[in-house]
Design a binder for this molecule. Structure first.
Ligand SMILES: [Zn+2]
Length: 406
């Protein structure tokens, strides 16, 4: 049997194309678009609206020094297993905007177009999402690496969020703004330290510093997650009975570092501590079945962490949904469309997996009215009949007093 190679596949395609063009009617040549749709993605946590804003991807050249405690062959294999070219690590950047209803919060500010030519779309995508930087009330910073802080200012030094309070981890500030720490760094590391001074030097008095486990914005709590940097911070976001974890840089590209959480990247200030923190947080995300957002995860950078081995994890990316899945199974009058049972099962399963809707027993005491109402609307009469007869349906969870017309 002839071996299938890239060359033979392409040659075959060309031959088919030539035949088709030669034998059939001619087709107009459509120009290549060469552009993506604006990259922002919205989802809800309780009543909060979250918008993931993509900045771009850095195709970073890495070598045998990138992972300090793994053989280069193992790193290359992990990249190959993840569909990447060994030696070219894809590092996407995605920030998170949280609209709490009372405050507009931005978590990390992207590269500001100052890191790599293939990133810097944050501003354009923010605008495409209909968000004006002037409306942002709070900017939360997870740590002081340039891909997280550079978007605070333009290349020319103008403040991008003129009306926002900028809040940073106190431990991060103490570490990076200490000149004696900078003096100890090798020459190659100095640009990163000078960059921190460029961003924060002339606005130092206006920057608020927070400790871990503080409510830094309504419903958003800081959690110290040191190792990647001394003050590296993740954020728990909670509204109603839903919550999620914004993992910041706990895990860089998950194809390497969720699958191999013990690996210590060259850019971790304390690699062993970073690995310890990573394993704790990934384990927590698994146990709580918590939706997570990762700054360097593939866009839209959210999903669930699963455990694939005693010490290995993986990211299950969030299901991209054009509409609210539960809402999709009801009509505007709140009546089920055809085949509600199957659709509902699928929707509930998707939500439980993809959106961490906490389907706690829905009753008259602890229910989330919004979820409860929609869910109730979507339940078929046969489900109600089953419940009344004491048989629990696959959708589970007691749902009280369905109106007879459903
Ligand atoms: Zn980063």
């Amino acid at each position: 049997m002839a071996k299938l190679t890239r060359r033979s596949v392409l040659a075959g395609t060309a031959a088919v194309a030539t035949t088709a063009l030669g034998a059939g009617p001619s087709f107009a040549a459509a120009p290549l678009a060469g552009k993506q749709a604006p990259a922002f993605y919205r989802y809800k946590i309780g009543s909060y609206e979250l918008t993931a804003i993509h900045d771009g991807v850095w195709m970073r050249d890495i070598d045998d020094k990138f992972v300090k405690n793994a053989p280069w062959a193992a790193v290359q294999k992990a990249m190959s297993d993840g569909g990447m070219t060994p030696g070219k690590l894809a590092i996407p950047f995605t920030t998170l905007v949280v609209n709490t209803g009372s405050k507009l919060v931005v978590i990390d500010t992207a590269t500001g177009g100052q890191l790599t030519p293939t990133a810097g779309l944050f501003g354009a995508n923010l605008a495409a999402a209909g968000i004006d930087p002037k409306d942002v009330d709070i900017v939360l910073i997870s740590h002081f690496h340039p891909d997280h802080i550079n978007g605070i200012k333009t290349k020319e030094g103008a403040i991008v969020f003129p009306n926002a309070e900028i809040k940073v981890p106190a431990a991060e500030w103490a570490y990076w703004m200490d000149d004696s720490n900078m003096a100890k760094q090798p020459e190659a590391a100095r640009p990163g330290w000078l960059n921190v001074r460029r961003i924060f030097g002339d606005i130092a008095a206006k920057v608020a510093k927070f400790e871990g486990d503080k409510e830094v914005a309504p419903g958003i709590t800081s959690i110290a997650a040191p190792g990647h940097t001394p003050g590296h911070t993740v954020f728990a976001i909670a509204s109603g009975n839903q919550s999620m974890l914004c993992l910041s840089d706990t895990t860089n590209n998950p194809l390497l570092f969720a699958r191999n959480p013990d690996w210590q990247a060259a850019f971790d200030t304390d690699g062993a501590l970073a690995a310890e923190t990573r394993k704790k947080l990934l384990e927590r995300a698994v146990v709580d079945k918590m939706l997570v957002q990762g700054y360097h995860f593939p866009f839209p950078a959210s999903g669930h962490i699963i455990k694939t081995g005693a010490f290995n994890y993986d990211l299950v990316p969030a299901l991209w949904a054009a509409v609210d899945l539960i809402f999709a199974v009801t009509t505007t009058e709140g009546r089920p469309r055809g085949g509600p049972r199957i659709v509902l099962d699928t929707a509930v399963a998707s939500l439980q997996q993809a959106h961490t809707v906490r389907m706690r027993p829905i009753d008259n005491r602890g229910r989330d009215p919004f979820t409860w109402k929609r869910y109730r609307c979507a339940v078929s009469q046969s489900e109600a009949a089953k419940r009344e007869s004491g048989e629990s349906g696959r959708v589970g969870h007691s749902i009280p007093e369905l109106p007879p017309q459903l």
